[in-house]
Design a protein around this ligand. Structure first.
Ligand SMILES: NC(=O)c1ccc[n+]([C@@H]2O[C@H](COP(=O)([O-])OP(=O)(O)OC[C@H]3O[C@@H](n4cnc5c(N)ncnc54)[C@H](OP(=O)(O)O)[C@@H]3O)[C@@H](O)[C@H]2O)c1
Length: 261
């Protein structure tokens, strides 16, 4: 029999890590989510455990409470939830462990450093860094045991280091993904095949993992090809999709050129 646990939140992260943590020894006894059908669908994924959309109805007999909600909701829950003596853990990159202080004296963070979407296949959790923080040694040991059962890459980071990691993640995932979106929109507008870019996307990533990324940079901005840059800006300003990305192009071009100095 595993440790009794309640999960609060049923979004992208909850969807992928709750089943993995069950295999690691957590026995989910309840799902709470603000939107009842969302609680119900995670409950179904976990084999039909009880679910609720009422904070008052939270099962207080569990030992472990995982708060997998959006950062704003975390602050709200911390105001309203009191679970003294329980282990209470959140999964956010940029929220300090101290935010859980009002909820319990055993606060923790399990930051699964990956991109999770409900409707995308589960990433390989064994290769996903799980960055831990705990308010006390007993919680640290508990989280480390749990994390080691799901991942080979477990480490402790304090709240400040975790924020640095989060910002790094925003650059290499969110912003890179926006760059893909810009190219996708431009190709779409001209009826061109986005997969023409795959080999370049692939090689860009390989190079960035093998040398300092600034050293890997090529293209008109780093070369200072002013005429090409002017033509590109002209193209973007005249294209319906391109207009959306004109300022981004200009700003990134500037950043690349500033980086050279
Ligand atoms: N997605 C990722 O790739 C990723 C990776 C690592 C860490 N994280 C962190 O994990 C946390 C959750 O992210 P997510 O992507 O799983 O978010 P999400 O898919 O948007 O899900 C957010 C969850 O928070 C609940 N929620 C939102 N506002 C609420 C409120 N005011 N009161 C109560 N509940 C509320 C939602 O409940 P209902 O749906 O029931 O309304 C939902 O269950 C965030 O701290 C995020 O930084 C995310």
């Amino acid at each position: 029999m595993g440790m009794k646990a309640v999960i609060l939140g049923s979004g992208n992260v909850a969807w992928h890590i709750a089943p993995a943590l069950r295999s690691a020894g957590l026995e989910w006894v309840q799902v709470y989510s603000r939107t009842l059908p969302h609680a119900e669908s995670l409950s179904r994924r976990l084999g039909g455990v009880p679910f609720t959309d009422s904070l008052e109805a939270i099962d207080r007999t569990a030992d472990f409470y995982l708060l997998a909600v959006s950062d704003g909701a975390l602050a709200e829950l911390a105001k309203n939830l009191r679970l003294p003596g329980k282990t209470v853990t959140h999964v956010a990159g940029s929220v300090p462990v101290s935010a859980l202080q009002p909820v319990s004296e055993h606060g923790g963070v399990m930051y699964f450093f990956q991109t999770f979407s409900k409707d995308a296949p589960a990433p390989d959790l064994r290769q996903t860094p799980v960055c831990l923080e705990a308010s006390d040694p007993a919680t640290a040991r508990l989280l480390e045991n749990l994390a080691r059962s799901v991942s080979e890459k477990v480490c402790f980071l304090n709240s400040q280091q975790r924020q640095t990691l989060h910002i790094g993640g925003v650059f290499v995932n969110n912003y890179v993904n926006l760059m893909y979106t810009a190219a996708f929109d431009l190709f779409n507008e001209k009826g061109m095949d986005f997969s023409l870019l795959y080999p370049l996307m692939d090689q860009t990533l390989r190079k960035a993992m093998r040398m300092p990324p600034a050293q890997a940079q090529t293209g008109p901005a780093v070369r200072g090809d002013e005429q090409v840059l002017r033509n590109h800006l002209q193209y973007l300003s005249e294209s319906r999709q391109g207009k959306k990305y004109l300022e981004v192009y200009r700003l990134l071009c500037q950043a690349i050129q500033n980086g050279k100095q």
